[in-house]
Ligand binder design. Structure first.
Ligand code: F6P
Length: 373
């Protein structure tokens, strides 16, 4: 496709103006059609472009922060520079694209950040980006800053936004999965997941001490939004007696039965790891306490899971993903997310990633169940 003469380089301003000036925007059933959309209708394959080499790329961190985002910013900037690309970092997630708020990133300006949690670019939940106007403003920023590409470091929600933006821009877009939820289809692991996992494990190991001393049941609520990836892995690795995830409904009666069996076996305390997505954990605790007549306490681990210095693994993934993202872009490939699949760093079509739900490996739960006997 790269050499096909029929593909028009829409980033080439002269050609763009020559082709579209007279009809810069037209309406189709009430929808504003951008030049990009009109070309796409004529040409289906837009994951590659036939144009001059990349010059400038943008980077944005979006959605919930995840430890390792800074390592990814550093990796992208330094690898890009090694290939003579300039890098612009957008501030506060999609908001920075809407308000055209950015700063140049250089190998020096990203020094000393590999070990820092959070994101030096800041992030936000940007409601305006969920509107067509917001998307159009972001697309305009990409065009006005002459950005050839945008690297989006974030999770599922950010990639859905990126997909919408890709419909309105000719800049190549590549997603770098970073989220403690680990719920992005197309990668076995997201940047930050391992750090959040270790943070939760450290806390629960401490909670275990007091649970044993007081012979109490503890419910520990972990994050994960509507999915149970974090809860399942945390639960297995702390030896939780019970793991509750949104993907598998468990009746309170079953939980009580299990705890009573444990009690009869001499296990007087227990840890229940519950994903936040299962619902009201406080009410669950009250119900279990009533039924078992054992003291139940609830700990919500909360936002501590999103912070802290990234683990070695999160830094490694960030660096490998950054490398793959720049590799893709230098080959003029966009609209993809990078990821880890069966131990290999690879990439997947952005639209495919957004249209599928990553399955939770239920074997983790069965194994945890056996291990907790
Ligand atoms: O997506 C990351 C995450 O931390 C989820 O685990 C959690 O449900 C959500 O973000 C919290 O979002 P907010 O930062 O908007 O409160």
């Amino acid at each position: 496709m790269l050499n096909s003469p029929s593909i028009i380089c829409v980033r080439d301003k002269i050609l763009l103006e020559a082709v579209f000036k007279p009809f810069h925007v037209i309406f189709d059933t009430g929808r504003l059609l951008s030049p990009k959309t009109r070309i796409r209708d004529a040409e289906q394959d837009h994951s590659q472009r036939m144009i001059s080499p990349l010059k400038t790329i943008g980077v944005v961190t979006s959605g919930g922060d995840a430890p390792g985002m800074n390592a990814a910013i550093r990796g992208i900037t330094r690898i890009a520079y090694s290939k003579n690309l300039q890098v612009l970092g957008f501030e506060r997630g999609w908001e920075g694209l809407i308000t055209n708020s950015s700063r140049p990133l250089t190998p020096r300006s990203v020094g000393g950040i590999i070990q820092l949690g959070g994101t030096i670019l800041h992030t936000s939940r940007c409601l305006e980006f969920k509107t067509p106007e917001g998307i159009n403003k972001a697309a305009e920023t990409l065009a006005s800053r002459s950005l050839d590409a945008l690297v989006v470091i974030g999770g599922n929600g950010s990639f859905h936004g990126a997909l919408e933006l890709s419909e309105e821009t000719d800049s190549l877009i590549v997603g770098v999965p970073a989220s403690i939820d680990n719920d992005v289809f197309g990668t076995d692991e997201t940047i930050g997941f391992d750090t959040a996992l270790n943070t939760a494990v450290d806390e629960i190991d401490k909670i275990r001490d007091t649970a044993i001393s007081h012979e109490r049941i503890f419910i520990v609520e972990v994050m994960g939004r509507a999915r149970g990836f974090l809860a399942a892995t945390v639960g297995l690795t702390v030896g939780a007696e019970i793991i509750l995830v949104p993907e598998v409904k468990v009746e309170t009666r079953k939980i009580v039965e299990r705890l009573e069996e444990n009690n009869a076996k001499g296990k007087k305390s227990g840890i229940i790891v519950a994903a936040e997505g299962i619902g009201d954990t406080r009410k669950l605790g009250e119900d279990i306490e009533k039924e078992t007549r054992t003291e139940v306490r609830l700990t919500v681990l909360g936002y501590a899971q999103r912070g802290g210095s990234p683990s070695a693994r999160s830094r490694l993934l960030a660096s490998l993903f950054a490398n793959e993202a720049i590799e893709l872009l230098t080959k003029n490939r966009g609209n993809r997310i990078v990821g880890l699949q069966n131990g290999n760093v690879t990439s997947m079509d952005l639209e495919k990633s957004c249209s599928k739900e990553k399955p939770l490996d239920l074997n983790l739960l069965s194994l945890a169940n056996v291990l907790a006997t």
